[in-house]
Design a binder for this molecule. Structure first.
Ligand code: SF4
Length: 186
């Protein structure tokens, strides 16, 4: 029997749970948080400048909802299309970043979802977003109905393991030989 439980989980955590249901987020220390926020702020400015030069206007920045925060909302001046933009400071856009961007609530009326870093803006297809939403629902059900199974089903993924804090996982980087260290997994 499937029991419906209201399990609120942020898009950033749920994206990693889609890749490995046993993933446990590593807490940021103050210095790491500061560095991350500084880098993210610089990337946000670059993304805004790029959009403005391409014919968009900025509608909103860091819009908050229950358990999530949307980085940027734009509107294309010529067409009126609204774009939700998730900003990443990493050099490479990873699979987990695409999953996260696809998981923002559907009640926000936008025409497209984009993920950006310093160099590029990548538009997600509606087909990809629908598929991610479908997988997310299955994962939510698993986490709610069978948490012990979810917490011990280890599926290593390069976007998760290097920052995972699950102490029981045999694939946890701290337990792996040298070639499996977090640094090598990036
Ligand atoms: S270290 Fe283990 S629990 Fe964590 S993401 Fe990798 S496989 Fe999953």
């Amino acid at each position: 029997m499937t029991v419906q439980i209201d399990l609120r989980i942020s898009p950033s955590l749920l994206a990693r749970k889609l890749l490995c249901s046993a993933y446990v987020a590593t807490p940021f220390n103050k210095m790491d948080r500061f560095k991350f926020q500084a880098l993210h702020a610089v990337t946000m400015i670059r993304v805004i400048v790029r959009h403005v030069r391409s014919g968009y206007r900025l509608i909103d920045i860091e819009r908050r909802g229950k358990g999530y925060r949307i980085d940027l909302l734009f509107q294309e001046i010529s067409s009126g299309k609204k774009r939700l933009d998730e900003v990443k400071s990493s050099k490479k856009i990873r699979e987990v970043h695409r999953l996260q961007a696809a998981l923002y609530p559907r009640d926000i009326a936008v025409d497209e979802v984009t993920i950006s870093n310093r160099q590029v803006d990548e538009v997600l297809s509606s087909q990809f977003i629908q598929e991610v939403q479908r997988r997310a629902e299955i994962t939510r059900q698993l986490l709610a109905n069978n948490p012990e199974y979810a917490a011990t089903t280890y599926t290593p993924h390069q976007d998760c393991c290097y920052i995972c804090a699950n102490p029981r996982c045999p694939f946890q980087p701290a337990r792996m030989p040298a070639e499996g260290t977090a640094e090598n997994a990036k």
